[in-house]
Design a binder for this molecule. Structure first.
Ligand SMILES: [Zn+2]
Length: 146
């Protein structure tokens, strides 16, 4: 349950108010009113599990109503919607603020030339080269060998 906590500014550690979190939840960026630092708004992955559970629980409740032929009334609909309300409330405590990454991602052509991956890539390219050579040989000597 440590995951359920209020979001904090990653720059100055200032804790956000629930209303603040609620208002920024749908946005992508947050500016701290105290230090003015920008941070990225991310949602904890736990929220994904909670949302799936909410859908399953309310789906089961609805299926139960149909199965037992219980007429849908407003209180019953509210009960069915309850998992969603819980999900919305919990989502406030699963908003995370992270310092924006200034460093840009390497361009597409640099990938695969990463020095940290070089042994793997050397092996990969060597294997590819072998294949190319083999296929080239195959093509250049089509029927002579037989
Ligand atoms: Zn701050």
């Amino acid at each position: 349950m440590k995951k359920f906590r209020k979001a904090r500014c990653p720059h100055c550690g200032d804790q956000l108010k629930i209303i603040q979190i609620w208002s920024i939840k749908t946005q992508g960026e947050y500016q701290c009113p105290k230090c003015g630092g920008f941070s990225n708004i991310e949602l904890d992955f736990t929220l994904f599990h909670i949302s799936i559970s909410a859908i399953i629980i309310s789906g089961l409740l609805y299926a139960g109503c149909i199965f037992f032929k219980i007429p849908l009334s407003i209180p019953l609909i509210l009960i069915i919607m309850l998992p969603y309300f819980i999900f919305y409330i919990l989502s406030v405590f699963l908003v995370r603020l992270k310092k924006p990454v200034v460093r840009k991602k390497p361009p597409q052509y640099c990938r695969g030339k990463n020095p940290y991956n070089s042994p793997q890539n050397m092996y990969d390219s060597a294997r590819k080269d072998n294949n190319i050579t083999n296929s080239a040989i195959d093509r250049s000597f089509p029927r002579k060998q037989r």
